[in-house]
Write a protein that binds this ligand. Structure first.
Ligand SMILES: [Fe+2]
Ligand SMILES: [Fe+2]
Length: 244
């Protein structure tokens, strides 16, 4: 039995405290009843196993956006592309995306069950696994061509093409997992079981990273975005469409 507070417990307690700050205190009583006590039902974990997987996709998608932004820069001015930031993105993809999210969670826990849920889901799991493997080849390649002070002119267009096609593959990949694979997998369990699995995932995360892997990965991708001038979200709001 666990005695230490895990992340979800901390989040749950924080939610309770926030709710308590607006609660009514009974006269002469120490008891503070949170106004939204019903919402903090133990059967409804604050961060579910699938939510964990999907927010990991959020970090992975931000790495994909770095790749996406790099493609036109490689085509216009490869000498101006920062190989360090690109290399750090590939390293994050490897440690957090491939070695943790793909290998430790999806390939060990998600796909084996989903494969047993019918021919169509089995086919999906096989394609998704093949895409993980192709992605690892892509990461090897990105790490190899960013291992110097500059990206050579000879590598610029092949790298642009590799990143472009990888982004398209992985956006499809993560979107199918979010909408088809994770919901199918979740059907195998009760809420209580999902809660226990979430704790298991968290233990794996702590064993691999020695701390909260998600928060560390989020910080890393934020720093990379900062270096590349991609940090300000407002810059991506497009101008209004033409009037018709
Ligand atoms: Fe995957
Ligand atoms: Fe995934």
């Amino acid at each position: 039995m666990k005695t230490d507070l895990n992340r979800r417990d901390i989040l749950r307690n924080a939610a309770m405290l926030a709710a308590a700050s607006t609660a009514v205190i009974a006269p002469g009583s120490w008891l503070v009843l949170p106004a939204s006590a019903a919402k903090t039902d133990e059967k409804e974990p604050e961060v579910t196993a699938t939510e964990d997987l999907m927010r990991e996709h959020g970090v992975i998608r931000r790495a994909l956006l770095v790749y996406f932004e790099t493609v036109p820069r490689l085509r216009q001015n490869p000498a101006g592309v920062d190989p360090v930031a690109l290399r750090q993105t590939a390293q994050l993809f490897r440690t957090f995306g491939e070695d943790y999210h793909e290998k430790m969670l999806e390939e060990q826990h998600i796909f084996p069950l989903v494969r047993k849920q019918g021919a169509e889901l089995e086919r999906y799991a096989n394609i998704l696994t093949a895409q993980h493997n192709r992605g690892r080849e892509v990461t090897d390649y990105v790490l190899a061509v960013t291992n110097g002070s500059k990206i050579s002119a000879a590598h610029a267009e092949p790298l642009a093409k590799v990143l472009e096609t990888f982004v398209l593959m992985y956006e499809n990949h993560a979107a199918r997992e979010d909408t088809i694979i994770f919901p199918a997998w979740k059907k195998n369990f009760s809420n209580k079981q999902l809660d226990e699995i979430s704790d298991q995932f968290e233990d794996i995360e702590h064993k691999m990273f020695g701390k909260d892997g998600f928060e560390d990965a989020e910080k890393k991708i934020s720093n990379i975005e900062g270096v590349l001038g991609l940090a300000d979200l407002a810059q991506f709001t497009p101008p209004p469409p033409p009037k018709v």
